[in-house]
Design a binder for this molecule. Structure first.
Ligand SMILES: [Zn+2]
Length: 242
């Protein structure tokens, strides 16, 4: 049995038997890890409460034959305590945790960019630095970008000609020029595309100044694009209160 240490965010916790729990974490060094935490559902367990979703923790793991296990847990930050009293921000956070899991399909495959994006997104959400819907959409488009599948909000996704362009196609990777436009393309407003570009690059001056109409249209396009990219849509995204 060998030990390793890492920090991570708890994405999910499932009951196992009478007293144990299986936790899914996105860690800095080891990517997504599923591990068993023994005895944590007993009331005397000190580490049980630290292994709730949204917990940002420093963990000592041991390697197991089928599943790794958790031996020690220290809390770095507990984002859940802050989110639990605000339904809109809580559901936003849930959608971020689910996205982080879906964007790291291979267990144990290092995904440091996805990890840093998640921690940054949860911090922004907890600190209420920006509208929570903008924080979510920024997180989603940047997570897609890290995965190498971000849509184009400016240049034509087919021929690369510089935008902005009037047409936007979910299945063709985003903006399309007049020559490449496909039937059934969306025609988002110019300031919606500008907002989406700002969310992708982290230009919060532009994003914070955006109009509600552009925000709604941008959220709709991001949700449609994400569910097209993922085999199954996110369960938690339709539940986000906007
Ligand atoms: Zn084109």
């Amino acid at each position: 049995m060998s030990l390793y240490r890492d920090e991570g965010v708890v994405l999910r916790a499932q009951k196992l038997g009478e007293a144990d729990r299986i936790v899914t974490l996105l860690t800095r060094e080891h990517g997504r890890v599923r591990a068993v935490a023994k005895g944590v559902r007993r009331t005397t367990s000190r580490i049980g409460a630290r292994l709730e979703p949204f917990g940002h923790v420093d963990v000592q793991f041991y390697t197991g034959r089928t599943l790794d296990g958790v031996t020690q847990v220290e809390t770095i930050a507990s984002y859940g305590a802050n989110l639990v009293h605000d339904y809109a921000r809580y559901t936003t956070g849930q959608a971020m945790l689910e996205t982080a899991e879906r964007m790291t399909p291979e267990e144990g495959e290092p995904a440091v960019q996805q990890y840093l994006l998640l921690v940054g997104g949860l911090r922004a959400l907890v600190n209420a630095e920006h509208d929570s819907s903008l924080v979510l959409d920024s997180y989603l488009v940047r997570s897609l970008a890290v995965a190498g599948v971000a849509p184009s909000f400016d240049a034509c996704a087919r021929c690369g000609s510089p935008g902005p362009h009037a047409s936007f196609s979910i299945s063709s990777g985003g903006s399309l020029c007049a020559a490449d436009r496909l039937p059934g393309s969306a025609t988002p407003a110019r300031d919606t595309l500008q907002l989406l570009g700002a969310l992708l690059t982290g230009n919060w001056t532009v994003a914070d100044a955006s109009e509600p109409r552009a925000r709604r249209e941008a959220s709709g396009l991001v949700a449609a694009y994400l569910s097209w990219q993922l085999e199954r849509g996110l369960r938690s995204l339709p539940l986000v209160e906007r």
